[in-house]
Design a protein around this ligand. Sequence first.
Ligand code: SF4
Length: 222
Amino acid sequence: MIHITEHKPGLKMTGFISINTSVLKNPFCSINRCDKKKICSVCYGKYMIDRYPRLKAKLDSNYQILSKDLTIPEINEISGIIKNQNKRFIRIHSIGEISGIEMLSNYYEIIEKNPDSIFALWTKRPEIIKQIHYKPDNLKVVYSNPLIDKPSNKIPVYCDSIFNVITYGYAMFKGIIPNCSGKCIDCLKCYKTDNNVIIELIKADQTRIKKGSIKSIEEGIL
Ligand code: SF4
């Protein structure tokens, strides 16, 4: 019924599974993709859908299923699928965004039915998180700051961490060394601890460093 993403070896989320939804169906994503100041303008989800067309149907289907008010048998079915994966750490939305309160409360119910796993939900919509006055004990909510090169340390209510994205030029100018290690399984900061102010280098500049067309930030700053 629901599609679970298994992350391939060698990538940031190796060994993890994630639950993802369409960025094309979600009006919040469509509006924000048009704003050049926002990280949504270089949306990773849209890039993946363009590159792997079969992914589109799976994410569309997940979006439709998870956006409606699910019945208890439907919640139980999805929870069982996730339990069968037998994973300790699970990300919600390595692609996608919560569509509204229905999707969020579905996630909360699914998470509570999987108490042996730890979930981390990434969102740019703290106003929806705020509408439910609790969150499951086995969930960390990571507020994803939408603005590029505007790092903030203000963690919204009911969120546990803030995740910022900066460019290479900004990092050099401000002398900032990003603290997102790029390998979640060895880090787990976003899954296990609170009050984190995470800074990640924008993906395009990570690629330029990997290709050797620019120095690493550490080399550039020191
Ligand atoms: S800070 Fe750590 S856990 Fe969070 S996204 Fe980066 S590598 Fe993954």
